[in-house]
Design a protein around this ligand. Sequence first.
Ligand code: ADP
Length: 180
Amino acid sequence: MKTRIKVLCADITTLEVDAVVNAANTRLLGGGGVDGAIHRAAGPELLEECRRLGGCPTGEAKITGGYHLPANHVIHTVGPVWKGGRSGEADLLECCYRRSLEVAAERGLTSVAFPSISTGAYRFPVEKAAGIAVRTIGDFLSDHPRMEVILCCFSESDRDVYRNALERWEKQEASASERE
Ligand code: ADP
């Protein structure tokens, strides 16, 4: 089965999509990593809009304009900080992907690019995160035939991890549909 998920190695701030997802923090007032890059590229208007949102809980997602980005919107989601894996981190990460896609679908957006949420400063192990990302996005897309997703990695090694996770998931889906 050919999915509508593409894995790239790129700077997410350069992508021309309906929405880029930001791996933000609960205050939504900017930060380091991909958050800093998105705010720098979007310009100060983004921070102004974010201030009016009043923060965002972990696992949730909120949408703003994209301002000077080529993307029309930014969907801000807050990933879990990795604390060893027994604090609900996997469920919270799944929630980030699902809620971001729900917010995009509510607005009728059809192309969404995600960074590798939580695997930078928040230290979520990337292999585990990639499996959760691919499964959650894949399940969502099977009910939303017009949507497409880019998984935008920032290193070639992360790109390989996400590509492997995608291949594994596609194989599983193919053999599950053969059994049906
Ligand atoms: P978190 O706090 O959720 O871990 P980080 O921003 O620290 O978020 O890291 C998440 C991922 O985003 C990391 O893999 C990091 O390398 C990547 N990243 C950083 N800058 C960019 C960028 N401009 N485009 C895409 N990914 C980026």
